[in-house]
Design a protein around this ligand. Sequence first.
Ligand code: IPD
Ligand code: CA
Ligand code: CA
Length: 266
Amino acid sequence: MKIEGLILVAKSAGETLLKYFRRERIPHKEKSGKSDLVTEADLAAQEKITEELARLHPDTPVIGEEGKREHEEGSYFLVDPLDGTLNFFHGIPYFSVSIALMEGREPIAGVVHAPALNETFYAVRGGGAYFNGEKLNLSSDIQLPNAIAVTGWPYDKRFIQWTEETLLLMQSKVQEVRIMGSAALETCYVAAGFIDVYWEVGLYPWDLAAGAIILKEAGGVVVDVEGDSFTLSSGRIVACSNCSICEEVLSILKKVGTTGFMNTNK
Ligand code: IPD
Ligand code: CA
Ligand code: CA
């Protein structure tokens, strides 16, 4: 597999999305709730990616949020054709296409492309991470009081209270908390040092796979919200630009209490 091929596929899906972006009315419907939408653009981008990957790698199955969803063993692609649909729908340019090549439960390559921002992140296991062609080398010594921390609103209402409580507590410890709206892009922004901390629960493997390998390859830290090893199937992430900030974040999250009940997003 050549990463250049994956980048081209992500960019071509990005072009599909831009044909719909800021258009008068994008046909859409609600999924799990009022903020969880699927638009015609999500579906068109999924179709484009599935077709192009099948042409490049006919023997590698494609699992996607808006496509075939069954878990695969061995090698497969894991795709979120539009991460940040709500931003996209309202005309906010912060959204991305996310494609990971998986080996079992581990991403071994990933691309996250934000077409309206012209930003492309990618990584291959053992080969470093890149942002618009430049190698990322995260060497942040930022301290929590100067940090920008980002979280997200989970669609699953069971997770809202925990998110609100952790947000309020984090807000008192960092420079500022932001909610930006594309999990894949947030993880890459930590990799690039644009944000320092990202935590969220209630996510799906396709939100996290490509961003996680990009962050690891850039030298960032990715763990579970309870400090255990990060797993895609948990849907929970703490991504940080250095180890000491990560320890502080974990001790803040611990104060809010157990999150064990949330580990259900398989
Ligand atoms: C969503 C985005 C958002 C996060 C949600 C995700 P979608 O993905 O990543 O930032 O807060 O939990 O589901 O639905 O736009 O692909
Ligand atoms: Ca998503
Ligand atoms: Ca999506």
